[in-house]
Design a protein around this ligand. Structure first.
Ligand code: KG4
Ligand code: ZN
Length: 342
């Protein structure tokens, strides 16, 4: 059985083919970074137009890489949301069209669920219960999973996502887009203790995140000390800001561990590519004597392998195969705070 997964939730057009035993035969990602770089962030209208021009080519390239033809595909997997509505609709309509024409099942997946799945792609045996920290450009969320497919959203950001805060500060300092990888690289040269940042705290003791305060504090310091690329403390500033973001993430994770007592920890999403975050996360898990896993960098940022593998899992659980042509995209996180996700 071959399943073709498609992902177009933000600014990557991606396709992947996987087998029923979760082997990834091809995984193609076409990034739109260059298109959005002059604007310092994703321009939604440009993103959806670019998906329209790229999707055909990306799917064809993916099939070429595994020497398959479209009529050999047995099922389709597609990201339904959350994400940019125009971008999501391009992938969803494309997948629906294929499923309808070839009369094959179509399985929709949630983008955050797919990010969590990216950890299981390479590590099938992570013991449950699991605490999953999803850190991307659009989301920063903490999920508790008692068992497979059982998600409880226990914390989410109340304002900016961690990746968004990194991207915005990088934009302000004219470092290019996306800013996360640039800060990751430049921060290595700096002293993370040089600039003080107070950690965000929720007065209601919830496990929610907040990064707008850190972002405002960073902007204030940039103005006060006139930080720019040529400033002698430029690298120190970036290292300190990066450290503040990481401390905020891990502080909530630590509180989540205390409350929910998981066996394993997962870190996933685009920001999970950050070298210092990966190291600190793994060190934290080791100290707590917990199993832990961070996906390989190629599976952290948006990709279709995570969509396809999750779709195969879901397809296997379905009693009836479905051709949900009425399926619609959703732009925002499910409103399921504190409740079981599905
Ligand atoms: O998961 P993702 O590809 O897209 C969304 O679902 O949002 O995440 C993109 C985010 C961007 O904010 C980008 O700056 C960040 O991931 N990112 C990084 C790194 N690579 C990508 N942040 C920190 N360090 C990195 N190496
Ligand atoms: Zn993502």
């Amino acid at each position: 059985m071959y399943l073709l997964g498609i992902e177009t939730s933000c600014d990557e057009t991606a396709a992947a083919v996987v087998t029923e035993d979760f082997k990834i035969l091809a995984n193609v990602v076409l990034s739109q970074d260059e298109l959005h770089a002059p604007f310092g962030g994703v321009v939604p209208e440009l993103a959806s137009r670019q998906h329209l021009t790229s999707i055909d080519y990306v799917v064809q390239e993916c099939l070429n890489r595994c020497h398959l033809k479209l009529d050999q595909i047995d099922a389709y997997g597609i990201t339904q949301g959350p994400g940019l509505i125009g971008s999501l609709l391009v992938g969803l309509s494309f997948a629906k069209g294929l499923a309808y024409y070839f009369k094959k099942p179509l399985v929709s997946v949630d983008h955050l669920e797919a990010h969590i799945e990216s950890a299981f792609l390479e590590n099938r045996d992570l013991p449950f219960p699991v605490l999953a920290l999803v850190v991307s450009g659009g989301h920063t969320s903490l999920f508790f999973m008692k068992k497979e497919f059982n998600y409880k959203l226990i914390g989410k950001t109340r304002d900016d996502a961690a990746g968004e805060a990194l991207d915005k500060i990088a934009k302000f300092l004219d470092l290019g887009y996306p800013g996360g990888p640039v800060i990751d690289k430049l921060a290595e040269k700096g002293n993370p203790e040089a600039f003080p940042f107070a950690l965000p705290r929720m007065t209601d003791k919830s496990l929610d995140f907040s990064f707008s305060g850190l972002k405002t504090a960073a902007l204030k310091q940039i103005k006060e000390y006139r930080i720019s690329k040529n400033h002698p403390s430029f690298f120190d500033f970036l290292a300190s800001f990066e450290k503040a973001i990481i401390r905020a993430l891990l502080a909530n994770l630590a509180r989540g561990v205390k409350t929910f007592k998981p066996c394993s920890l997962i870190l996933c999403g685009g920001v999970a590519k950050n070298k210092k975050l990966r190291k600190d996360f793994l060190r934290f898990a080791q100290k707590q004597c917990l199993n832990s896993f961070v996906p390989s960098p190629e599976f952290c940022t948006d990709n279709a392998a995570m969509v396809a593998v999750l779709a195969v899992k879901k397809l296997k659980r379905q009693r009836k195969t479905s051709f949900p042509l009425g399926l619609n995209a959703y732009p925002r996180l499910y409103s399921f705070k504190g409740k079981t996700w599905k």
